[in-house]
Design a binder for this molecule. Structure first.
Ligand SMILES: *[C@@H]1O[C@H](CO)[C@@H](O)[C@H](O)[C@H]1NC(C)=O
Ligand SMILES: *[C@@H]1O[C@H](CO)[C@@H](O)[C@H](O)[C@H]1NC(C)=O
Ligand SMILES: *[C@@H]1O[C@H](CO)[C@@H](O)[C@H](O)[C@H]1NC(C)=O
Ligand SMILES: *[C@@H]1O[C@H](CO)[C@@H](O)[C@H](O)[C@H]1NC(C)=O
Ligand SMILES: *[C@@H]1O[C@H](CO)[C@@H](O)[C@H](O)[C@H]1NC(C)=O
Ligand SMILES: *[C@@H]1O[C@H](CO)[C@@H](O)[C@H](O)[C@H]1NC(C)=O
Ligand SMILES: *[C@@H]1O[C@H](CO)[C@@H](O)[C@H](O)[C@H]1NC(C)=O
Ligand SMILES: *[C@@H]1O[C@H](CO)[C@@H](O)[C@H](O)[C@H]1NC(C)=O
Ligand SMILES: *[C@@H]1O[C@H](CO)[C@@H](O)[C@H](O)[C@H]1NC(C)=O
Ligand SMILES: *[C@@H]1O[C@H](CO)[C@@H](O)[C@H](O)[C@H]1NC(C)=O
Ligand SMILES: *[C@@H]1O[C@H](CO)[C@@H](O)[C@H](O)[C@H]1NC(C)=O
Ligand SMILES: *[C@@H]1O[C@H](CO)[C@@H](O)[C@H](O)[C@H]1NC(C)=O
Length: 593
């Protein structure tokens, strides 16, 4: 007993120092994620897809805000792997972010345990692989963060939760797609759209081959369901709609929206939305759930359409006839942009804390730094097809930034990312943004590429204050929404247009800014913001976790991983002991809190 107490104190002290006294009172939930290849034929063609625990898509992480989430990722693939958690803010803890600038890859047959807290966030997210186009083969799954009971939700309790991952899909796997890009070729048109890892319902016998398994969503008449829809695809914006049903938009990436009905909504790569859908139809038949390619020539891209079935328990038969129409605006993309601008936050509803979402008056804060990031169509640099931002095509870091800092390894990166495009030829480089802690910054994404792009920033939610076609100018600031702009982590940037976001840099760390279009990302369209707290020499940041992996310039510090069964047995015993101790600590601190 005395030993246990001494041990508890031994663990309690560093834990308390790390995260404040009440950290230990927050519950922890553990997941084991085993990554492997399985054979699946979502579009009728057998192929290797990436499964998590044998499932494609992977299992749902379903937690409550403030939980500590522990995910032991076992890489059963034949190549390095990292899982990332877009939209989960990892406050002051970029060590867990799972991108190549913050983490060494988990080598084939190795495992690594992520451990992070989901703090002050509620909403719909997903996890996905971050390296080497792997997301194009799977490895993704939903990530739901629920409210604590004491925090109200701005709508009635729905009768059920329905999660849909939608995304374009190639019958070629990620290694084949990589070869195309390495050879300087475009990925071309996807072969279809999957909904929850399944191909389309056979709504048209000449367009959809026989024998494809499709997703069926079972519902009861009169009920209202919360649909959480995520575009986990490679590069295609999708228009989402449910035949004869309204989509009442309520949340996007952790922010409650002004509640409005849409007959269809554009969901861009990497984006997540929640809708309430009332089962208010007469069930004369099943209904189509459709995700179709957007901003492309529909007659050429017909096969890039996902179709699932909404089945009422009292349905009188299968869905028949044509799919509900997509928006008819091939020559006028104003409609889509107006729809995007109509998505605003409900400033009076409470977010993850009891205070209103609009209580942070972002519109009246002075901007400290502006970054104008220009994306252009892929170009050849040093004989290779590459993409860039401000003329810099990001060269992958060999050693994570924080580790290089901690061990004082020089020459890993430069802090010279230009705040606007320079008049010089594009180059491949490891340039990061030297961002200022506690700064309030404006980032303008200018899309000079020919395709719709999604841009994402790790570690933060940002206010999407403006978007338009044409070139951004200083006068564009006059059009910013300074009152109820949506706060999210992934925004679309229309081709030939711009999107402006505002961010409060209150979380030190190293945070990835990237396009979510996998081909553009793979070819170098990303950078990082390095944010340190100068007063405390980065001490407000969490320290490196005990299990941190080393690589690159620090590879000699990495011990080999033992994977023998005896090692696992021993570590299980150790784990049990550790858990006993931790529970003691939890009990101790729950009394204090
Ligand atoms: C991907 O496809 C190629 C053929 O295009 C095949 O050689 C390779 O084994 C596949 N990789 C995986 C991991 O399934
Ligand atoms: C998540 O867990 C909550 C309870 O904490 C439960 O009510 C809900 O149905 C679960 N959702 C999913 C998608 O599993
Ligand atoms: C690998 O998994 C084992 C349990 O299977 C665990 O004890 C160990 O901590 C994990 N390794 C890392 C680096 O997280
Ligand atoms: C560079 O890293 C990105 C992810 O950050 C990855 O998609 C890409 O494959 C990497 N490129 C190379 C050449 O390793
Ligand atoms: C905004 O949230 C409040 C508080 O939860 C709610 O009463 C109101 O209906 C919401 N308004 C809209 C337009 O969504
Ligand atoms: C099936 O699709 C083809 C090609 O678009 C079209 O010509 C045909 O009319 C469709 N069939 C039905 C029954 O809708
Ligand atoms: C949305 O549509 C439903 C019918 O599907 C209707 O009952 C509801 O009042 C509408 N809500 C709003 C905010 O327009
Ligand atoms: C059910 O509704 C559809 C239109 O929504 C209508 O065409 C059909 O006649 C209705 N069927 C019955 C049995 O009411
Ligand atoms: C779409 O493609 C078809 C077939 O190539 C062509 O006839 C049509 O003009 C194209 N439509 C547009 C809007 O470009
Ligand atoms: C913002 O800047 C203006 C002038 O540059 C200054 O007058 C104002 O006090 C500043 N506001 C805040 C909140 O710092
Ligand atoms: C980064 O910015 C800080 C001020 O925020 C400055 O002191 C430092 O010199 C900059 N570092 C580099 C390498 O430019
Ligand atoms: C890209 O920039 C060039 C030069 O400013 C301009 O002529 C062209 O229209 C732009 N293209 C797009 C798609 O924005």
């Amino acid at each position: 007993m005395a030993t246990l107490l001494r041990l508890s104190l031994f663990y309690a002290i560093p834990i308390a120092f790390l995260s404040g006294l009440c950290f230990a009172a927050d519950p922890a939930v553990s997941y084991d994620f085993k990554l492997s290849y399985i054979t699946a034929s979502p579009l009728g063609v057998p192929q290797q897809v990436i499964a998590v625990n044998g499932k494609f898509p992977g299992p749902t992480i379903n937690v409550t805000t403030n939980y500590n989430v522990i995910v032991n990722v076992h890489n059963g693939l034949d190549e390095p792997f990292l899982m990332t958690w877009p939209g989960i803010q990892m406050r002051k803890n970029s060590w867990q972010d799972g991108v190549i600038g913050t983490n060494c890859p988990i080598l084939a047959k190795w495992n690594w345990t992520y451990n992070f807290q989901v703090k002050d966030q509620i909403g719909s997210f997903f996890y996905s692989p971050s390296l080497n186009l792997q997301r194009a083969s799977g490895g993704f799954g939903p990530f739901v963060v629920n409210n604590r009971d004491i925090i109200p939700v701005p709508f009635g309790q729905p009768d059920g939760d329905i999660i849909l991952t939608i995304g374009d899909w190639y019958t070629r796997n990620h290694t084949a797609l990589r070869s195309s890009l390495d050879d300087g070729k475009d990925l071309g048109m996807p072969d279809g759209v999957l909904i929850n890892g399944k191909g389309p319902f056979r709504y048209n016998t000449s367009l959809v081959p026989d024998g494809i398994s499709y997703e069926t969503v079972n519902v009861a008449p009169g009920k209202t369901y919360r649909f959480r829809v995520h575009n986990v695809g490679t590069l295609t914006s999708l228009n989402f709609r449910i035949q004869s049903h309204n989509l009442l938009l309520v949340e996007t990436e952790g922010t409650y929206t002004v509640q409005q009905n849409y007959t269809s909504l554009d969901i861009h790569v990497g984006q997540s939305f929640s809708f309430l859908v009332a089962m208010d139809q007469n069930a004369s038949s099943d209904y189509y759930i459709v995700a179709s390619a957007r901003f492309v020539n529909e007659s050429l891209w017909q096969r890039v359409t996902g179709v699932a079935v909404l089945h009422y328990s009292n349905s009188k038969g299968p869905a028949t006839g044509p799919l509900p129409d997509p928006p008819n605006d091939v020559y006028d993309k104003t409609m889509s942009m107006n729809q995007a601008k109509s998505i605003r936050q409900n400033v009076t509803s409470s977010g993850a804390r009891p205070n209103p979402q609009g209580s942070f008056h972002y519109g009246s804060i002075n901007v400290t730094d502006s970054y104008f990031l220009k994306a252009v169509a892929p170009v050849t640099i040093d004989g290779k097809l590459r993409t860039s931002l401000n003329g810099i095509s990001f060269h992958n870091l060999t050693t994570p930034v924080k580790l290089a800092d901690q061990y004082n390894v020089k020459g890993i990166y430069k802090l010279d990312f230009p705040s606007k495009p320079l008049d010089r030829p594009p180059k491949i480089d490891v340039s990061l943004i030297n961002a200022t802690y506690k700064g309030f910054i404006e980032v303008v994404f200018q899309n000079n590429d020919t395709v719709m792009q999604s841009f994402h920033i790790d570690g933060y939610s940002f206010f999407v204050v403006g978007m338009d076609y044409g070139d951004w100018t200083e006068n564009s600031r006059g059009s910013y929404n300074r009152w109820d702009a949506i706060s999210r982590s992934t925004t679309q940037v229309y081709p030939g247009g711009w999107t402006a976001v505002l961010i409060s840099l209150d979380s030190p760390g190293v945070w990835n800014i990237r396009t979510e279009n996998l081909d553009r990302w793979y070819l170098g369209q990303e950078t990082y913001m390095r944010i340190v707290n100068p007063e405390e020499n980065g001490e407000t940041e969490m320290a490196a976790p005990a299990n941190v992996l080393y690589c690159g310039a620090l590879a000699n510090k990495q011990k080999p991983q033992e994977q023998s069964s005896s090692a696992i047995t021993i570590s299980r015993v150790k784990l049990r002991l550790l858990m006993t101790i931790l529970w003691g600590v939890l009990a101790y601190f729950s009394i204090l809190c």
